[in-house]
Design a protein around this ligand. Structure first.
Ligand SMILES: *Cc1c(COP(=O)(O)O)cnc(C)c1O
Length: 360
């Protein structure tokens, strides 16, 4: 069976040696030595000033919303994983959807401008599939309208844009280190900011607001990463370039073999590298996608409809149109991509798709 992705697990001896360190030190959570070491290594790897590990990417989004004091309306993208929207609703704010660009599939800055009201306090949007948003335009709009910007960079680990880590843009960027992401800590996430005051706020907000044992800086929540999670990250980080390289090879196999007279791909923004986190392809019709998925399943190949349904159609939010997203979401499919996928498995997947779209 070929799943859409497979969790990378490091050599077990490497994980065990960290477990032995945990046993020797006796500390298993509460900002222990492994969490501190992973924070330091990630800041180095990404080249960012402040980075705070938390227990998952969703709590990172929620802390970001709280730390920036966002209220009322937040403009967001309808093409993302559900956590981008649900964290806004969970924090008592209203998501207002701005439609996407039909080529890059990231939020359309012109649509953001149309959705700004007196109640808008911020923008939360996703570098979907690791493809950077139109950062310059969003920057200009946010400055002109006094809005805060949070980038959901859950797909963007290792992407560099204009000589800097993509996660260094915005007031806060958020990463997810869930087991399905290219770099993971089993469950985990991080907040990145260049602002010292914001950094201080995040540092106490993730730890109940504590200022020492008996006083508090302010409101907080439990967002702490454990030593076991950090140990996984410390084991994987030295292998990350090799993981990305193996994904690149499968990516290239798809690029070479797929029938791009009938299929298309999102346009990658200039100035950014790929991290090969996903391989999204667009079919001409939803019917063609469904027929192809059926044939792939018969061959034990399991792609996923990332991202379907569009988030503007969720039952718990006020209905809002987003025509481009609704069209794209029906026609986009993410193909299997992992460090473990063999070249012949990639070839088989591509050939099966080509066969299906000739018929449908
Ligand atoms: C995975 C993901 C999240 C959620 O991260 P968790 O660590 O699973 O909580 C948020 N946004 C996007 C775009 C994601 O893909």
């Amino acid at each position: 069976m070929i799943p859409v992705t497979k969790t990378y697990l490091p050599p077990i001896e490497e994980y065990l040696s960290y477990i032995q360190k945990i046993w020797a030190g006796g500390q298993i959570t509460n900002h222990g030595p492994l969490v501190r070491e992973l924070e330091m290594r990630l800041k180095e790897y990404l080249g960012v000033k402040h980075l705070f590990l938390v227990t998952n990417g969703t709590i990172a989004l929620q802390i970001a919303i709280k730390a920036l004091g966002l209220k009322n309306e937040i403009i967001t993208t309808p093409l993302s994983y559900v956590a981008t929207t649900s964290s806004i609703v969970w924090e008592g704010c209203a998501p207002v959807f701005a439609d996407i660009e039909n080529d890059t599939l990231t939020i359309n800055p012109r649509e953001i401008e149309k959705k700004i009201s007196k109640k808008t306090t911020g923008i939360i949007t996703t570098h979907v599939y690791g493809n950077p948003c139109d950062i310059e335009a969003i920057d200009e709009i946010s400055k002109k309208n006094n809005l805060k910007v949070i980038y959901d960079a859950a797909h963007a680990f290792g992407v560099r844009y204009r000589e800097k880590a993509l996660v260094s843009y915005g007031d806060i960027s958020v990463l997810s280190f869930h087991a399905t992401k290219i770099f993971h800590t089993i469950e985990g996430g991080a907040l990145i900011t260049h602002d010292d005051e914001m950094a201080h706020k995040i540092s106490y907000m993730r730890n109940f607001g504590h200022d020492g044992e008996e006083s508090f800086f302010g409101l907080g929540i439990n967002g702490k990463m454990s030593e076991f999670q950090a140990a996984m990250g410390l084991c994987i980080l030295p292998h990350i370039n090799e993981v990305i390289e193996r994904r690149r090879l499968i990516h290239n196999t798809y690029d070479e073999l797929l029938d791009f007279d009938r299929l298309s791909k999102p346009v990658w923004r200039g100035g950014a590298n790929h991290n090969y986190a996903y391989y999204p392809v667009l079919f001409q019709t939803e019917q063609q996608l469904l027929a192809t998925r059926e044939l792939l399943r018969k061959n034990n190949i399991y792609p996923r409809r990332y991202f379907y349904p569009p988030l503007n159609t969720l039952a718990y939010i006020k209905k809002q149109p987003a025509q481009v997203t609704e069209d794209i979401s029906r026609r986009i499919l993410c193909l299997p991509l992992s460090h473990d996928l063999k070249k012949n498995e990639g070839e088989c997947t591509a050939n099966t798709i080509n066969k299906s779209i000739k018929r449908n």
